[in-house]
Design a protein around this ligand. Structure first.
Ligand SMILES: Cc1cc2nc3c(=O)[nH]c(=O)nc-3n(C[C@H](O)[C@H](O)[C@H](O)COP(=O)(O)OP(=O)(O)OC[C@H]3O[C@@H](n4cnc5c(N)ncnc54)[C@H](O)[C@@H]3O)c2cc1C
Length: 467
């Protein structure tokens, strides 16, 4: 005897998407959300959604396909992901975006130069732009999905953290919440990641420990990793172990860049040899890996003119905070580049040559070594950076330390069904989003990877759970 057809654990992007699609398929749906409001990390996000072959791309005359998306996704992830699952994700991402547009999400067919401007932007390092930015960002996505859930009579219970799954006759038959048993034909685990759980980070994403005290978490409070316990309970296999998204950031930032602000445009990153090694504006699809390849920590070097040009109104990247950090000795400041090199322990001749070379290049519009001028143009930058030449000079320690999301979760197949250690499907159990693993991989495929995963696989999970 069941109380409801489908139970969904978690009311973020994956959970809401699963609930709406299950209800649209005719199922009665009960959704539990542990916090006082819906949304999770999805609500905090820019809502950037990566997808191929969409009406938005077509409106801009861009030819794309799920097959091209698949090839890019697999190549960037070194083919370590399961091709069948990734093909299903790439095939379903475009239709899911259209479904969202049909529900009321607004994404205009116009070029966007950043994650805050609705339209289409470059999500990562793809040749065809796939980053769809919705109006009102992640908040907008959650509002539209929540409205659709209510319209489809999804029963939403807030402030209630699911404690465990009920297992009966070798399949999942419901959940326990508030010490009460609720029975269903299928359960969708969509409880997000474990960014807020230090013990799970140490076990399943130890790279976060390398950031030491510089680590800061921007994921939602509810990201406690409950899915790992649910999985252990029923013998689910884990996937995505060791992966997540750590965005490169300055040690002085403690919040996402919308609040913390942005480092100076007229800056260079140098390694311990005093050399530039990357396009400083490279997508975070690849920049974390590039910095890791330098040993994990690099220096962001700029001058007094750049400090004074920092935008106002941001919590950390502003002229006063940088000056105060320099006064405290945490940001390194020096009267000359030679002195700065000595203080940060890089060869003075190399640092001086690096700055001289950059001054001859990017302030005049080209960066032959790292092609940063192309990235700046894609971001809508109209003016070249200034030369680095006005003392004092600054160096700010920079490393992958902003924890956005985690990738280790319950192994799912192309139907979003959870597999056990033998590779067999666990009856009645589906997972999606950060809780359902296999789509988010070794490399984050640019802005939009995680929201697209959550909403796409959530929709797949809901549809199949309803069956
Ligand atoms: C600041 C920020 C910006 C980002 N920007 C982007 C972006 O633009 N594009 C992109 O692709 N990705 C982005 N991401 C990542 C992306 O938002 C997330 O990976 C994705 O939205 C996760 O969706 P989810 O449904 O799996 O988890 P969530 O949205 O976190 O939802 C999980 C929900 O489950 C609830 N929950 C947890 N445990 C339980 C339980 N036991 N019982 C009941 N409920 C429970 C949580 O409270 C939460 O509401 C961003 C993340 C952050 C933090």
């Amino acid at each position: 005897m069941t109380d409801v057809d489908v139970i969904v654990i978690g009311g973020g992007g994956a959970g809401l998407s699963a609930a709406v699609s299950a209800a649209e398929s005719g199922a009665s749906v009960l959704l539990f959300e542990s916090e006082k409001e819906l949304g999770g990390s999805t609500q905090l996000s820019a809502g950037l959604f990566t997808a191929a072959g969409t009406s938005v791309q077509k409106g801009l005359g861009i030819e794309d396909s799920a097959e091209k998306f698949f090839q890019h996704y697999m190549d960037l992830n070194h083919w370590v992901l399961r091709p069948g699952l990734i093909a299903a994700f790439c095939r379903n991402a475009g239709p899911t975006l259209e479904w969202l547009i049909g529900l009321g999400v607004e994404i205009p067919a116009k070029v966007s130069s950043n994650a805050h401007m609705p339209g289409l932007c470059q999500a990562g390092v793809e040749d065809v732009w796939r980053g769809h930015v919705p109006k009102d960002q992640g908040y907008g996505l959650v509002q539209v999905l929540a409205k659709a859930a209510r319209a489809n009579k999804v029963d939403i219970v807030l402030n209630t953290r699911v404690q465990r799954l009920i297992e009966e006759d070798g399949r999942v038959a419901g959940v326990v919440a508030d010490d009460l048993e609720v029975r269903a034909n299928a359960v969708v685990v969509a409880s997000g990641g474990f960014a807020q759980n230090k013990a799970l980070l140490a076990k399943y994403y130890p790279a976060t420990l390398r950031a030491g005290d510089d680590l800061f978490v921007v994921a939602a409070e509810g990201s406690r990793g409950d899915h790992i316990g649910f999985g252990e309970q029923v013998g689910a296999a884990l996937a995505g172990d060791g992966w997540g998204l750590l965005m490169p950031t300055a040690y002085l930032q403690r919040m996402h860049h919308w609040q913390s602000g942005f480092p100076p445009k007229s800056r260079i990153y140098v390694n311990d040899r005093g050399r530039r090694f990357m396009d400083e504006d490279a997508s975070y699809a690849v920049s974390g890996g590039i910095i890791d390849a330098q040993g994990g920590t690099v220096w962001n070097v700029f001058d007094e003119r750049a400090r004074l040009a920092l935008g106002e109104g941001y919590a950390h990247w502003n002229a006063e905070v940088v000056a105060a950090e320099a006064e405290a000795g945490r940001t390194i400041r020096a009267g000359s580049l030679e002195e700065l090199a000595g203080k940060i322990g890089v060869p003075a001749a190399a640092l001086t040559a690096t700055v001289n070379r950059w001054n001859e290049q990017l302030p005049h519009g080209t960066d032959p070594d790292f092609l940063r001028h192309r990235t700046l143009a894609n971001k809508g930058s109209a003016e070249n950076p200034e030369p680095i030449g006005t003392a004092p000079f600054y160096a700010v320690r920079t490393l992958p330390a902003e924890l956005v999301c985690t990738h280790a979760g319950l192994e799912i197949d192309e139907h979003a069904a959870v597999r056990d250690e033998n590779g067999d499907v666990i009856g009645g159990l589906f997972a999606a989003g950060e809780a359902g693993a296999g789509v988010l991989g070794l490399r984050y495929v640019g802005g939009g990877n995680a929201v697209a995963n959550a909403l796409t696989m959530g929709r797949v999970a809901g549809r199949n759970a309803a069956r």
